[in-house]
Design a protein around this ligand. Structure first.
Ligand SMILES: Nc1ncnc2c1ncn2[C@@H]1O[C@H](COP(=O)(O)OP(=O)(O)O)[C@@H](O)[C@H]1O
Ligand SMILES: O=C(OP(=O)(O)O)[C@H](O)COP(=O)(O)O
Length: 399
C-alpha cells in the first residue's frame, strides 16, 4: 500500500485524518499528548516537501452538535508550540469558511478543522459530507490508526474521492507493522487485559480474542457487566444491561475453549464518582446499593499480577479503574507494574488506547513496555484478525 514516503507533497494541500482524540481536563488542558506527538513526523514530512496540511479529527463522542468541551480549538496552542507557526482554525469542518481557509492555505501552513463529529454525517459515513471534506484537499492521508476501526466519512468513505492520491501516514504504517509482528506469532502464554469504559464496543471483541489468547483479565468499568451477569450485586457501578446475556455466553465460551477468563474478585468502591468520596473495598459480587466499583481490589491485583508474571505476550487496552483520580489508580498502576516486570523478563507487551497510553505515561512506564499504541479498540480489532475499514479504504477503489 502507498505510503507518504512515495509521494512528493510540493504545492499540494494534504487532507490528513489524524486521531487527536486526546484526554482534556476540566479546563481543557491536554493531559496526555501521545496522539499529537505521534502525528508530528507525518505533518513535518508534508510541510518539508513544500505542501500545506489540513488536519481533521474527532474529539470525544459529542451527541448533539457543537459543544465547548469537545472543541478541537483547545489543541491549537499545543500545535503552534510544536510546529512553531500559526495554526489556522476552521470553526466548522465544512461550509464556506472552511472552504475559503483551505483555498487560501499556502505551502508550509497548517489548518485545523473543528471536530468532525459535530456533524452526525461523520459517524453515519454520509457520502455527501465525505465529498465536501474531500473538496478541501488535493490528496488524502489517513494517519488515524486509533480510529481505523470506524467506517466513518473521514476515515473510510472519503477515500473514494481520491482514487489515486490516498495513502497512509507514518503512524498508521508503524502501528500496523508493529501489530502484525505480534498477530501471527504471539509467544505463549498470551494474556489480554481489558478494561476501561467503552463496554459495548469492547465486549464484542472478546469472542474473537478467545480464539487467540490463553488468559483474559477483565477490569475497569467492563467488569461489572460480567459480575451482574453472574448474579452479583453491583450497586450503581457502570453496566450495559443489554450485554448481560452476551457476558454470560462469553464466560461459558471461554471455559469451553480452555481460556482462563478472570473477573476481579474484589473492587475498590465509592459512594460517589469523586476522589473525595467515601471509599471501601468489597467483593465485586457484593457492592452495596448506591456504591460503585471504581477500581479493582487488592486480591484481584495480586491474582492479575501472578498471571501477567507468567505471560510471554501481553495485550492491554483499558485502565483497571478511574486512574485519573489518585484513589482509584492503584489497580491500573499494579497491573502496569506487573507488565513492566514481565517485559523485563522477556515478555512482549503491547499497550494501546488513548487513556491506557495516558496511564502508562502517568506512571512513567512508556519506555519500559515493548510498544505503546495510539489505538485501543482499533488495536484490539486488528489483533482479533479483522480488516480495519480505515485501512481497507486505502486499498480499495470501490468505496
Ligand atoms: N470502574 C470504572 N467505572 C467508570 N469508569 C471507569 C472505570 N474503570 C475505568 N474507567 C474509565 O475508563 C476510561 C478509559 O476507557 P477507554 O476509553 O475504554 O480506554 P482507552 O482510551 O485506553 O481505550 C478512563 O477514563 C477511566 O476513568
Ligand atoms: O479513543 C479512541 O479509541 P480508544 O478509546 O479505543 O483508544 C479513538 O479516538 C476512537 O474513538 P471512538 O471509540 O469514540 O470511535
Amino acid at each position: 500500500m502507498r505510503t507518504i514516503d512515495q509521494y512528493n507533497f510540493a504545492g499540494k494541500k494534504a487532507l490528513v485524518r489524524v486521531d487527536f482524540n486526546v484526554p482534556l481536563d476540566s479546563e481543557y488542558n491536554i493531559t496526555d499528548d501521545t496522539r499529537i506527538r505521534a502525528a508530528v513526523p507525518t505533518i513535518n514530512k508534508i510541510l518539508n516537501d513544500g505542501g500545506a496540511v489540513i488536519l481533521m479529527s474527532h474529539l470525544g463522542r459529542p451527541k448533539n452538535g457543537p459543544e465547548e468541551k469537545f472543541s478541537l480549538r483547545h489543541l491549537v496552542p499545543r500545535l503552534e508550540q510544536e510546529f512553531k507557526t500559526r495554526v489556522l482554525f476552521a470553526p466548522d469542518c465544512v461550509g464556506p469558511e472552511a472552504a475559503q481557509l483551505a483555498q487560501e492555505l499556502q505551502p508550509g501552513e497548517i489548518l485545523l478543522l473543528e471536530n468532525l463529529r459535530f456533524h452526525k454525517a461523520e459517524e453515519k459515513g454520509d457520502p455527501d459530507f465525505a465529498k465536501e471534506l474531500a473538496s478541501l484537499g488535493d490528496v488524502y492521508v489517513n494517519d488515524a490508526f486509533g480510529t481505523a476501526h470506524r467506517e466513518h466519512a473521514s476515515t473510510a468513505v472519503i477515500a473514494r474521492y481520491f482514487p489515486t492520491d490516498k495513502m497512509m501516514g507514518y503512524v498508521m504504517q508503524a502501528e500496523l507493522e508493529n501489530a502484525r509482528r505480534v498477530l501471527g506469532n504471539a509467544e505463549r502464554p498470551y494474556t489480554a487485559i481489558m478494561g476501561g469504559a467503552k463496554i459495548s464496543d469492547k465486549i464484542l471483541i472478546i469472542e474473537k480474542l478467545l480464539d487467540r489468547v490463553d488468559n483474559l483479565l477483565i477490569g475497569g468499568g467492563m467488569s461489572f457487566t460480567f459480575v451482574k451477569a453472574d448474579g452479583g450485586q453491583i450497586g450503581s457501578s457502570l453496566v450495559e444491561e443489554d450485554k448481560l446475556d452476551l457476558a454470560n455466553r462469553l464466560i461459558k465460551m471461554a471455559k469451553d475453549k480452555g481460556v482462563n477468563i478472570m473477573i476481579p474478585v474484589d473492587s475498590v468502591i465509592a459512594d460517589a464518582f469523586s476522589n473525595d468520596a467515601n471509599i471501601d473495598t468489597k467483593l465485586s459480587h457484593h457492592i452495596p446499593q448506591n456504591w460503585m466499583g471504581l477500581d479493582i481490589g487488592p486480591d484481584a491485583r495480586e491474582q492479575y499480577a501472578a498471571v501477567i508474571a507468567n505471560s510471554k505476550t501481553i495485550l492491554w487496552n483499558g485502565p483497571m479503574g478511574v486512574f485519573e483520580m489518585s484513589n482509584f489508580s492503584v489497580g491500573t498502576e499494579a497491573v502496569a507494574d506487573a507488565v513492566v516486570a514481565a517485559t523485563a523478563n522477556g515478555a512482549y507487551s503491547l499497550i494501546g488506547g488513548g487513556d491506557s497510553a495516558a496511564a502508562v505515561n502517568k506512571f512513567g512506564y512508556a519506555d519500559r513496555v515493548s510498544y505503546v499504541s495510539t489505538g485501543g479498540g482499533a488495536l484490539l480489532e486488528y489483533m482479533e484478525g479483522k480488516t480495519l475499514p480505515g485501512v481497507a479504504a486505502l486499498e480499495r477503489n470501490d468505496y
